[in-house]
Design a protein around this ligand. Structure first.
Ligand SMILES: [Zn+2]
Length: 189
C-alpha cells in the first residue's frame, strides 16, 4: 500500500454582482467570488491538493484559465473530472481536510450541505472530509471581506501496489523530462 499526500491553497477576490459558490453550495449575499469559473475556492484548493497527491501539477495546468471551455464552469464538474483522472492512476482518496478563511459567510451552517455534494465525488464518507471555517480576525484583504482563501490537504493511496511490475513501471517514469506546458500554468481558474 503506497500513500501520497497533497496540499492545496486558493484565494479569490469578493466582488459585487457574482454568485457566491462555496463547496458546491450557492450562498445568498451581495458579494461573490471573482474568477473564470464559478470561483469555488474550496473546490479549487481540494483539486490542487488531489493533483498534488497524484503528481499531476496544479489546477491551472489541468484547466487553463484562458480556455473558453471553462468560462463559468461549475467547479464540482472540474472536481469530478480530476477524480476520473486520479482513479485512472489507481489512486483513491483516504481523507481530506480543509480550512476556509473568510470573514463571512459563517462556514459551520454550510458544512452539511457541502459534504453532501463533495463526499460522493471524492468517494469518501461524511467523516472522510473535514471542512472548517476561520475568520482572519479583521486583518488584511480577507479580514476586510475582500477575499476568501482556502487550504486543503489530501491523503490518497494506491491500493495493492508497492511490489511487482507495477512498482517497476512507476519507477521507470522517474527522470523523464516533463512535456512543456503552454499557457499560464500557475494562473488560477
Ligand atoms: Zn480558484
Amino acid at each position: 500500500m503506497k500513500y501520497r499526500i497533497g496540499l492545496g491553497y486558493d484565494l479569490h477576490r469578493l466582488v459585487p454582482g457574482r454568485k457566491l459558490v462555496l463547496g458546491g453550495v450557492s450562498v445568498p449575499g451581495r458579494l461573490g467570488l471573482a474568477g473564470h469559473s464559478d470561483a469555488d475556492v474550496l473546490v479549487h484548493a481540494l483539486i490542487d491538493a488531489i493533483l498534488g497527491a497524484a503528481g499531476e501539477g496544479d489546477i491551472g495546468r489541468t484547466f487553463p484559465n484562458d480556455d473558453p471551455a471553462y468560462a463559468g464552469a461549475r467547479s464540482t464538474d472540474l472536481l469530478e473530472a480530476v477524480m476520473t483522472k486520479v482513479r485512472r492512476k489507481r489512486l483513491e482518496i483516504v481523507h481530506a481536510d480543509t480550512v476556509i478563511v473568510a470573514e463571512k459567510p459563517a462556514v459551520a451552517p454550510l458544512v452539511a450541505a457541502m459534504k453532501k455534494i463533495l463526499c460522493p465525488i471524492l468517494g469518501v464518507s461524511r467523516d472522510g472530509l473535514g471542512i472548517k471555517g476561520k475568520t482572519n480576525e479583521g486583518v488584511g484583504i480577507i479580514g476586510k471581506s475582500k477575499a476568501i482563501a482556502c487550504w486543503a490537504v489530501v491523503l490518497a493511496r494506491e491500493p495493492g501496489t508497492g511490489r511487482g511490475p507495477k512498482k517497476k513501471a512507476a519507477e521507470s517514469s522517474v527522470g523523464k523530462i516533463p512535456r512543456p506546458v503552454s499557457g499560464k500554468k500557475q494562473a488560477d481558474i
